[in-house]
Design a protein around this ligand. Structure first.
Ligand code: NAP
Length: 494
């Protein structure tokens, strides 16, 4: 019998009020049920929010360095449990074991880095315009945070939200993606063991409609921190706007790599393959368009084809495997649909385009690494987020032309350029309209000490990670201390 996992509310593990559960399955072997999770509803959300509201006062008054100590302990526990957390993550999410180790490592980096914010949380001191007066700004917690996360980074993305939210003195209700609740459970359990007081972090599983909606609509929730698709993000924005509630959105991407005629093509090839087929193309920063200078188009396309056809697809727990399954059947059908759209639009299918049919892959949601050539920038496969192992090859004539193609997108998350020319590199940095640009590296591989997020339809102006995350999870308070012993009027007594 698969294990039944519970919600975590006010420091206690509890079943949902609905009495129902849902199954968590292995995408590499869909008959394998990994666990049963609580199918929660509004009542459970209300209880979790009440617990978080209750814990707000004591948590925000705990000195920030003490809050940081708890998160530092969590970092140490993540290091200790890294391998088992990664293996469980590969089982429930499908990405290969090297990548799930990277996912846990990202949470470790985030926890060590951000625990230190407990001793920084920097504000400003500035001169006052009047004598005997002192001016400073300090960071205050926002209050009660609802964290809603996707399945493609089952521990890393929750860590980007929970850790900065907690160190800044907020309490949290966390709703994980329904496809990856085991990793979310493991992360919450670890934070509990690290010493979070009851009510500070609450965990409620269940669907977007039954848990996500009542959570973001709850009047006690001060901030919704959301990562997921642009369609869902737009709903989050509309719900929050009605209550004038704060929200931060990290959403979709249609990321591109430019390969110039002076590029180191061997290095570009590895970068494009990694960007397009790493995590089976299911990263928000995945490379789904490669824009290749005409002078090297044939040579580079031939090399891409050879490399894509040699990728080993299978169960990510096998260390020889290079690409795992898609997350679920509906995602696989979506990718298949886009491959048909690509063919109908007149793109040339070079390889792939269908579900995997080998003996080793029959039980899971596997899809063939897919390459389309002769793609024009306006085609749907060059414009819409597919979120699968499908790469569109687009020809360009110059750097300006390449940048124009990259920027012709509703999204603006990540971009990259391969070139040996420093002038091209800096022009690309200046003109590519994305939140992240890599030079001579793939579109994926962000480090946690820099801001993460995108322009246009990818976000709403916020950035996660680094110190930028504090802008989401804190409110500024400006403080004026007058020690003159009399009334001094700013702008008037000068
Ligand atoms: P999703 O369908 O939008 O779901 C994201 C989260 O929102 C899940 O927890 C989901 O719950 C919940 N949800 C669904 N409908 C909701 C609603 N009406 N109200 C409130 N919550 C709701 O996205 P996904 O398929 O999990 O993730 C893939 C997407 O995330 C891609 O577009 C990818 O680009 C994006 N992403 C962006 C970033 C970034 O930093 N920019 C990072 C990673 C992923 P259920 O799981 O229960 O449906």
């Amino acid at each position: 019998m698969p294990k039944t996992f519970k919600n975590f509310i006010n420091g206690k593990w509890k079943s949902a009020s609905t009495g129902e559960t849902f199954d968590n399955i292995n995408p590499a072997d869909s008959g394998q049920v990994l666990g049963r999770f609580q199918k929660s509803g509004k009542k459970d959300v209300d209880e979790a929010v009440a617990a978080a509201a209750n814990a707000r006062k004591s948590w925000r008054s705990m000195p920030a360095p003490r809050r940081g100590d708890i998160l530092f302990r969590a970092a140490e526990m993540l290091v200790k449990d890294k391998e088992s957390l990664a293996r469980e993550m590969t089982r429930e999410m499908g990405k290969i074991i090297k990548e799930t180790r990277g996912d846990v490592q990202e949470a470790i980096d985030m926890a060590y880095y951000t625990a230190g914010e407990g001793r920084r949380l920097l504000g400003e001191t500035v001169p006052a315009e009047l004598p005997n007066k002192f001016c400073m700004s300090v960071r205050m917690p926002v209050g009660l945070v609802a964290a809603i996360t996707p399945w493609n980074f089952p521990i890393a993305i929750p860590s980007w939200k929970l850790i900065p939210a907690l160190v800044a003195g907020n309490t949290v209700v966390f709703k994980p993606a329904s496809d990856t609740p085991v990793s979310a459970y493991n992360f919450v359990r670890l934070l509990e063991k690290a010493g979070l007081p009851p009510g500070v972090l609450n965990f409620v599983t269940g669907s977007g409609t039954e848990v996500g909606v009542p959570l973001m609509d709850h009047p006690e929730v001060d901030l919704v921190s959301f990562t997921g698709s642009t369609d869902t993000g737009s709903q989050v924005a509309q719900h929050c706007a009605r209550q004038m509630k704060r929200f931060s959105l990290e959403m979709g991407g249609k990321n591109a790599i430019i390969v110039m005629d002076d590029a180191n093509l061997d290095s570009a090839l590895e970068g494009v393959i990694w960007g397009a087929f790493g995590t089976t193309g299911q990263r928000c920063t995945a490379c789904s368009r490669v824009i290749v200078h005409r002078k090297v188009l044939k040579k580079f396309t031939d090399a891409l084809l050879k490399r894509a056809q040699s990728l080993k697809v299978g169960d990510g727990l096998d260390s020889k495997i290079e690409m795992g399954p898609l997350i679920n059947e509906s995602q696989r059908q979506k990718v298949l649909k886009y491959c048909k759209i690509g063919v109908d639009e007149g793109a040339r299918l070079l390889t792939g385009g269908d579900v995997c049919k080998t003996r080793a892959t029959r039980k899971g949601f596997f899809f063939q690494p897919t390459l389309f050539a002769d793609v024009s920038p306006g085609m749907r496969i060059a414009q819409e987020e597919i979120f699968g192992p499908v790469l569109a090859i687009i020809a360009c004539n110059s750097l300006e032309h390449a940048v124009e193609i990259v920027n012709d997108s509703r999204y603006g998350l990540s971009s990259a350029i391969y070139t040996q020319d420093v002038n091209h590199a800096f022009k690309a940095i200046e003109t590519l309209d994305t939140g992240i640009t890599y030079v001579n590296s793939s579109t994926i591989g962000a480090e946690i000490q820099l801001p993460f997020g995108g322009t246009k339809g990818t976000g709403n102006g916020h950035r996660e990670a680094g110190t930028a995350a504090l802008e989401i999870f804190t409110e500024w308070k400006s403080v004026y201390v007058d020690y003159s012993g009399k009334l001094q009027k700013a702008q008037i007594d000068n």
